[in-house]
Design a protein around this ligand. Structure first.
Ligand code: DGL
Length: 273
């Protein structure tokens, strides 16, 4: 009996989710929808955002510090809801915490896309993610026949943060990046940045049905569900609790957090030392 109670306490611990800022809330939102019984603690490193132009070493240091904090909050699993940190810090985090399930946002997408035949894949992401070449390496390992075109599209991050979706600004930036010849015949488009799901419909319209634009947050949430089930860690409670923490709370982050998560949320500020 006592064993059962202790077991439930472990299962009902929260999941730790982190991102460089508030973009990872697109992933948190998909997790809330697909796993309504799971509690989570979200940490957005807004004080150090964006990660996309930072060095590998710095991104690893920040990711280590946040993971340590989330584990101190008693999290049972970690979701790296940031493509840049997934590309550069995933292995280091797994090596440092071998007994905790850690999932990144790259692998679920690679598994989904890599199994398709006759596929030409386009990838857009931050400079650091593109420079790491992580998507290409993982896709090629799975399917050496894939044709892959990539581009760093940092301006799209700013477009989303400033709320310029569905405007001439977003249309111009999408055209400038995706109108490039290298993307002309892609059949699958990977949005390799947690900000870009907010541009998904516009990018779909840009391709006029010629390319599938992959919904990464849904794939990540689905993958997390499988990992928790496999590890016997799925929650048993129907009263999920959510915490949203940022390392710097400004009115602008509060405004865009709502946009990314799709509903009002209360942000706490905690500075990690
Ligand atoms: N969250 C980051 C990502 O998914 C984008 C923003 C940043 O550069 O920090 O890569």
């Amino acid at each position: 009996m006592l064993h059962g109670i202790f077991y439930c306490i472990i299962l009902n611990k929260p999941i730790g989710i982190f991102d460089s800022g508030v973009g990872g809330l697109t992933v948190a939102s998909a997790i809330k929808r697909m796993l309504p019984n799971e509690s989570f603690v979200y940490f957005g490193d807004t004080r150090h955002s964006p990660y996309g132009d930072k060095s590998e070493e710095t991104i690893r240091q920040y990711s280590q510090r946040i993971t340590k904090f989330l584990l101190e909050q008693d999290c049972k699993a970690i979701v790296i809801a940031c493509n840049t940190a997934s590309a550069l810090a995933y292995q280091v985090l797994c090596d440092s915490h071998p007994h905790i399930p850690i999932i990144n946002v790259v692998d679920p997408v690679v598994n989904h896309v890599g199994s398709k035949i006759n596929n030409k894949v386009g990838i857009i992401a931050t400079r650091a993610t593109i420079k790491s070449d992580m998507y290409r390496k993982k896709l090629k390992r799975l399917n050496p026949k894939l044709h892959i075109a990539t581009a760093a599209t940092p301006l799209l991050v700013g477009v989303v943060e400033e709320g310029f979706m569905n405007t001439k600004v977003s249309a111009g930036a999408i055209e400038a990046y995706l109108g490039s010849k290298k993307f002309a015949d892609v059949t699958t488009m990977i949005l390799g940045c947690t900000h870009f799901p907010l541009l998904q419909r516009e990018i779909e319209r840009f391709f006029e049905g010629r390319a599938e634009v992959v919904d990464s947050p849904e794939l990540v949430a689905h993958y997390l569900k499988m990992v928790l089930q496999k590890a016997g860690l799925s929650s048993t409670t129907s009263e999920a609790k959510y915490r949203f923490i940022v390392s710097e709370k400004t009115p602008s982050f509060a405004r865009i957090a709502k946009m990314f998560f799709g509903e009002d949320i209360k942000l706490e500020e905690i500075v990690l030392r």
